[in-house]
Design a protein around this ligand. Sequence first.
Ligand SMILES: [Fe+2]
Length: 130
Amino acid sequence: MAEKLELYRCAICGNIVEVVLSGEGELVCCGEVMEKLVPKIDELDSALKEKHIPVVNRLDDGIEVIVGSNLHPMEENHYIQFIEITSPDRKNITRKYFEPHEIPILEYKCKCPTPTAIEYCNIHGLFKSI
Ligand SMILES: [Fe+2]
């Protein structure tokens, strides 16, 4: 069963989907069950963590999310494809997409509690703020 806001990837074609609302069925693409994406934390060395774990900073009028504490490269073949933030009550989601050479920062104006942030690197996969 797929749960709300989970991400799944097709190992064959690379499609990535997010579950808007939960259902009983399995997600299938290219004739195969899709792989659930789970944020990476433990299996990486500290240099990879520094470049991938999203950092959430409070601003006077909102928040900013930057990837990571040591800015991730944004090269043609290795870059952050999106950053997404989810409010603590999981009712509001904001996603920003990136192209190579852009700076991987998402700014969101709100008087909201600190959200959870995730980002997706086209080489290293999914990471979540701590
Ligand atoms: Fe990366």
